[in-house]
Structure formats: C-alpha cells, structure tokens
Design a protein around this ligand. Structure first.
Ligand code: SAH
Length: 275
C-alpha cells in the first residue's frame, strides 16, 4: 500500500508554498496542504484559515497572522510579500496559507509575482474555493443540466471596498444563470438592485451560505425580492457567499447536511418548476 505523502514533491528550505486551505473543514485540505502544514518552518496565514486547520501545525512551527481582524490595521499586501521574501531568504520553508483557493479573490497572484520579482522559488497548491465547497456543503450543485450551463464567480467589492465598477452586472445577469458572489454581504443591497435592474426576476432564488463547511455553517434560502428583510432577520454574517439562481432549489434534494439533522430530502427538487 502506498503512503499518502510518498509521491509528493519535497518542501525544500528557501521555498515559498502558496497553499489554499479550502473553506474550513480540515477534511477538505489537499494532501499537499496537509504535507506543507507539517513540514513548514513558518506559516503565514490569513483570517479565513480556521483554528482547526492551524492545529495540525507542529510544535516548532512559527505561526504568523497576516489578515484583518476586529478592525485593527492589517499588514499591507506589500508587507506580506516582503515578509515572504525575507523568510525564504533565511532559508526557511515558508508556507503561505490562504482560505479557499489562493488564486480566487485571494491575491495569490500578486504575492506570487512578488516572489518572481525577488527570484524566490515557489509552488502553488490549489484549494477548494468557497464558491465550490460552500455550495456542495449547502446542497447546491454548481451546475445541473436542467438549470445552468454556466456559472460565474464574482466579487462583491473591489480593493477600495466599493461595489466594483469593473464588474458588468448587466452582462453577467444576462450571461450567467447562476452567480456566486464572494464578499457580497456589505454591498448586497446595491448588488441586488443591479441584478434586478438588469432583468433578474425578483422571485429568483437566492442562498446565503456563511461559515461554509465549518461547524458554524448557516444557510439562508430566500429570493432577490425578500432577501433584504430575510437577511436582516437572520444570523448570517461574513464570511458568506451568495448564490443567485435556480440551482438554489436543488437544496430540497441535495441538502445532505440538513438530512443528517433530520431534513427529509426529495428526489425531485425541481418538480413544478418550468424547465
Ligand atoms: N480565496 C478564497 C476567497 C477569499 S475572498 C476562496 O477561494 O474561497 C473572501 C470571501 O470568500 C469571503 O468574503 C466570502 O465571500 C468567501 N468565503 C471564504 N471562505 C468562506 C466560508 N467558509 N464560507 C463562506 N464564504 C467564504
């Protein structure tokens, strides 16, 4: 029998590994992710990396926090990149651990380019992004032949914190039957308005999935029309992703986590819906 870590590349000193930790559940770490956590000399991690996952780090590992928390000023992107370069030049095995996937709304690309500029060797280990893992744990299939042949991952705010003008909401509304919006909580009222203005029906299903794949996961099913009120009455808080589209209806059949807590699933969650 082969051992799990046997075929993996070695984590060499002086290297930076840019690793996606997945959305939260430690079971969703990749083998490379688990391997790196146990081999690293130093782990530079973000706010979205859970305690559950950091708990796998060995006793000799230095843990450095590089995220935003409680309104305290966060290290700038430049500071983080410089830290990675410095640590690698000290000949450490540097693990840059990020929530989800490092290249999905995670600035992994910027950090990797800073390493290229500094001549520091690096490896990128993809992770399960919240928009994939969170949907699966909420019982929503990302694609389903009867619902969507496209899905779009969108960010709800840009570097300045505003709703991004670079996102063409009207084109997205027309082009993608299912939208998965990251970082959408703060600007949901504006985003919702733009979607409705672009022709998405007010009755369209919407799901908010917060703290996806962790013990604190909560899902709110609502519609574009009712979402503001329902959200205000709910305990949903960031980090959350918002799913807009007919695939939210699949939860009635696919909410396997809910089933473990007693929910009865139907094998035909799209019954009565015009296909
Ligand atoms: N690189 C990450 C995304 C970072 S942006 C990834 O691939 O998942 C941060 C946003 O990701 C949050 O605002 C939220 O929209 C989403 N997110 C990350 N982890 C999440 C989780 N466990 N549950 C719900 N949303 C999550």
């Amino acid at each position: 029998m082969k051992r799990f870590f046997e075929p993996l590349a070695a984590f060499e000193p002086g290297w930076v590994w840019l690793v996606g930790a997945g959305p939260g559940d430690p079971g969703l770490l990749s083998l490379y992710g688990a391997h790196a956590i146990q081999q690293a000399d130093v782990i530079v991690y973000d706010a979205l990396v859970t305690e559950d996952i950091l708990g796998f780090a060995g006793p000799g590992v230095e843990l450095r926090y590089a995220g935003k928390r409680g309104g305290k000023p966060s290290p700038s992107q430049r500071d983080i990149s410089e830290t990675l370069v410095e640590l690698a030049r000290e000949d450490k095995r540097v693990l840059r651990l990020k929530g989800g996937d490092p290249f999905v709304f995670g600035r992994g690309g910027e950090e990797a380019l800073a390493l290229v500029e500094a001549g520091v060797p690096f490896r990128v280990v993809p992770g399960i992004t919240a928009g994939i893992g969170g949907l699966a744990y909420a019982g929503i299939a990302a694609t389903h032949r009867d619902i969507n042949h496209a899905i779009a991952f969108v960010t709800g705010h840009d570097a300045s914190g505003a709703v991004p003008d670079t996102v063409d909401w009207a084109a997205l509304s027309k082009g993608s039957p299912v939208l998965v919006v990251y970082m959408a909580m703060k600007h949901w009222p504006t985003i919702r308005e733009r979607l409705i203005a672009a022709g998405r029906p007010a009755g369209e299903p919407v799901a908010f999935v917060c703290e996806a794949t962790t013990a604190g996961q909560q899902v709110l099913e609502t519609t574009l029309a009712a979402s503001l009120e329902d959200l205000a009455e709910s305990a949903i808080k960031p980090p959350a992703i918002v799913v807009v589209g007919g695939s939210v209806r699949l939860r009635a059949g696919l909410d396997w986590l809910g089933a473990m807590a007693g929910r009865t699933l139907t094998a035909d969650p799209l019954a009565g819906v015009k296909r």
